[in-house]
Design a protein around this ligand. Structure first.
Ligand code: ATP
Length: 242
């Protein structure tokens, strides 16, 4: 592998009595579409937050482009995009004002922000308050905000949660385009079918540990099953519940 986009080794994080992350190790190559899958409480978000430099691990290291993500490194912040949940928007702004605010923070031209709004299909909603956007529109706005400074590496934490089936399909197209533009994409999701169609490689996580990593089709054929849901069942003895 070239210099990995992400290199994580031996991460551990405990909250009180809860071992949220329990020895997580993985690498992501530049340009890869990588997914972290697991049920509620598996430790996906905590792992991502450590990798993004938002949270300090108790043990282990996370590097982005060979640079440690903790202590927080401002050089890295320009190179990564983190999709915030729609609830993290600034209050009472229109979609355009929202993304212009992000553009100003990153010191990129507002024209670039308008182009991002266009590329996620929100130009017509530019003057609408974010509280009046549909779930899918709000998710697309949050992704546009994460991309406004043209990052090399994008983190998306459950970008399709709460979307109806058509909006999910539209979101898949958008995520494919983001990756096809040469960006490395890291996705967490509860939806195993989504990971199967989008991700080059996935790690299946449960109770703070990665159980298996590989291309979805390989994991499925290695275990002689039909879907990633079956892979989860084989590995844990439990049904995967969304
Ligand atoms: N700030 C916190 N304080 C205490 N416990 C926490 C905190 N954040 C997460 N946890 C616990 O750590 C474990 C892992 O949580 P985490 O959010 O990383 O999992 P997840 O896989 O992202 O789950 P979900 O899919 O529900 O978002 C859970 O048991 C959770 O309750």
């Amino acid at each position: 592998m070239d210099q990995p986009a992400i290199s994580v080794s031996g991460l551990r994080k405990t909250y009180g009595d809860v071992q949220a992350v329990d020895g997580v190790t993985f690498e992501v190559a530049p340009g890869e579409f990588y997914g972290i899958l697991g049920p509620n409480g598996a430790g996906k978000t905590t792992t991502l937050e450590i990798v993004e430099g938002l949270r300090r691990p108790d043990e282990g290291t996370a590097e982005l482009f060979g640079i440690p993500s903790w202590p927080r490194n401002y050089e890295l912040l320009r190179r990564i995009g983190v999709q915030l949940q729609a609830t993290a928007f600034f209050e009472k702004l229109t979609a355009r004002e929202q993304i212009h605010t992000f553009a100003d923070l990153y010191e990129v031209p507002r024209e670039r922000a308008d182009a991002m709004l266009e590329s996620v299909g929100l130009t017509e909603k530019a003057d609408v308050s974010d509280t009046e956007l549909s779930g899918g529109q709000a998710q697309r706005l949050s992704i546009a905000c994460a991309l406004v400074h043209d990052p090399e590496l994008v983190f998306l934490d459950e970008p399709t949660t709460g979307l109806d089936p058509q909006a999910r399909r539209n979101m898949w197209d958008l995520l494919r385009e983001i990756n096809a533009a040469g960006r490395t994409v890291v996705l967490t999701t509860h939806y195993l079918d989504e990971a199967e169609v989008l991700c080059d490689r996935v790690s299946i996580m449960d109770a703070g540990r990665i159980l298996r990593t590989g291309p979805p089709a390989e994991l499925i054929s290695e275990l002689g099953v039909k879907t990633l849901e079956d892979v989860f069942l084989q590995l844990t003895g439990r049904e995967f519940r969304q």
